[in-house]
Design a protein around this ligand. Structure first.
Ligand code: NCD
Length: 305
């Protein structure tokens, strides 16, 4: 697979076959093939928003395969604080490294960065828009659990309005014939333009206010945090905060067998008692961030074919 030089900005830029091939590559990497493939490569991680898993798993991915990392985890220690434009920052950093990972609050920031950089740019989240590498690790986890990506019944629950992880994931799942159920408080529904896209792709989806009103058995329940930082009005946030919480007793009926996934961090959407249940796979999911990002970094730098 030749992806050398390619940026990873939106899941929409990937065909079904390409996504499948990347998932398979990540599983190959996880099995220990391609060790040290990133030897001599340098990655820049430019995080203009908080992160634990995404940034650290990119770092672990590079370190684990012989690569190195430079970057910042807080824009206040970068020249953005002095008023430098994103374009100028990228035009500079592109000369230091083999690839750039960027997380930024502005939708479209990663696309802009990819247009001015001479090296591949990987979107680690741009506002409420997209988080494609999270989707790849989500799909790797689903493939491991079910042995397939096709034809699963998947509930996406929580903040479907502002959650970039569910925006990317829904787009990807629509390529694999998933039946989707969107479970959210009415004010946090999946944006209309994304529902329109799903409709034109012929993807079946339904919407529900809560799990009690679910009328089908789920294979996966993908839970998300309410994205407090995206609310213009904190009173709005207070109205929906704590609207739903997965407890051991939730995992009955249509959700009895459902694998519980979550991009993390969780705030209070999943009770800690759920962690020990066989349904809970969210920490395993987080760990898949390393081989998945190794595969992606290897592919875009040409170190892995
Ligand atoms: C998510 C994000 O940043 O969009 N976190 C992650 O990358 N795993 C989800 C979130 O912050 O709620």
């Amino acid at each position: 697979m030749d992806m050398q030089g390619q940026s990873i900005v939106s899941i929409r830029d990937f065909s079904k076959d390409k996504i499948k091939a990347i998932v398979d590559k990540a599983l190959e990497v996880k099995q220990g093939r391609w060790s040290n493939a990133l030897n001599g490569k340098v990655l820049a991680t430019l995080f203009f928003e908080p992160s634990t898993r995404t940034r650290l798993s990119f770092e672990a991915a590079m370190n684990g395969m012989g690569g190195r990392v430079i970057g910042f985890a807080d824009p206040n220690v970068s020249s953005a604080k002095k008023g430098e434009t994103l374009g100028d920052t990228i035009k500079t950093v592109t000369g230091y490294v083999d690839a750039i990972v960027i997380r930024h609050p502005v939708e479209g920031a990663a696309r802009l960065a990819s247009e001015v950089a001479n090296v591949p740019v990987i979107n680690a989240g741009d506002g409420s828009n997209q988080h494609p590498t999270q989707t790849f690790l989500d799909l790797v986890t689903i493939q491991e659990e079910f042995g397939r990506l096709e034809g699963l019944k998947i509930g996406l629950m929580g903040d479907l309005k502002y959650g970039r992880t569910v925006h990317s994931l829904a787009m990807a799942l629509s390529l694999f014939g998933s039946q989707l159920v969107f479970v959210s408080p009415p004010g946090l529904r999946m944006p209309e333009h994304l529902c329109d896209e799903l409709n034109s792709a012929g993807t079946k989806f339904s919407e529900a206010d809560d799990l009690e009103s679910l009328d089908q058995v789920l294979d996966v329940l993908y839970v998300t945090r309410i994205q407090k930082e995206r609310f213009a009005d904190l009173l709005e946030y207070e109205r929906v905060a704590g609207a739903y919480r997965i407890k051991p007793e939730t995992l009955s009926g249509n959700c009895q067998q459902a694998r519980i996934m979550h991009p993390l961090p969780r705030v209070n959407e999943i009770a800690e008692e759920v962690d020990d249940m066989p349904n809970a796979i969210y920490f395993r999911q987080a760990h898949n961030g390393v081989p998945t990002r190794q595969a992606l970094l290897g592919l875009v730098t040409g170190a892995i074919q």
